[in-house]
Design a protein around this ligand. Sequence first.
Ligand SMILES: [Ca+2]
Length: 322
Amino acid sequence: MVLDDITHSGCLPLAQCPCTHSGHTYMPGTSFTTACSSCTCFGGLWQCQDQPCPGTCSVQGGSHISTYDKKTYDVHGDCNYLLSKKCADSSFTVLAELRKCGRTDTENCLRGVTLSLNGGDTTIRVQASGGVFMNSIYTQLPVSAANITIFSPTSFFILVQTGLGLQVQVQLVPLMQVYLRLDPAYHGQMCGLCGNFNQNQADDFMALSGVVEGTGAAFSNTWKTQAACPNAKNIFEDPCSLSVENENYAQHWCSLLTNRTGPFSACHSTINPSPFYSVRVHERLGWAVGGGWRGALGAPLPHQGLIPPTHTHTASRGLGEP
Ligand SMILES: [Ca+2]
């Protein structure tokens, strides 16, 4: 017999112990499923099995890449890049246009995302302005064609849903960012800045030649789609070192993300805010140093859910994310 400190029902056999998850109580034998695992409560403990998990790759802040295998690096580029494609064929190809957009080399913007299907039979380009072009023709949303649906769930987002297991989520406000969500069936078959999706971060910088590049810049240069573009350089300069005042400003506002009693604290049990904090501080500093600062921390954060519960708005919904 053990003391039930969850539902406070007194003493009960171990096998009858409930479990908790995210503040909810589950009785023995009940289960819950997430996108990546299935867990069942046995004797007060969760027994979980991994499920095939979709991969998410993103380009945030114009330069921060997070691969399907969750390796993060920066590309301070000024070119079109192959973001992701199946290595073996051209069933789908996603290109990203990254441009310099300020006075310093660390200010970069995502200007457009292009999705090609079936070897280029269908090409969809989404511009930072929100304009959508299908086969170079300006297209009003929603639009549905063979194997593809494009719609705007809110004024902040455009979703491109393909019948190939790839969803492209384009954020437009306050700046263009893109998230690729890929079916686990593509495990280990991918090429491009998003990596190979084999659940091994260590080989994500492997170029087509088979060589594993040492830096994000060198790796990104192997995926330029225009030879005439300048090569991206490694930038080791910490923008925090340029201005104590800017650093304090960025840390003050961005610490709202990690503050244990702040507006995002209710999300912390589900999402670790630290990576977001780090990216945002550098983003704000980069903007501040370059004069492009707009002071918009309240802008929507990536769709993974880091939106304050008290400010949840339609921009965060309908994206199918946990
Ligand atoms: Ca990998």
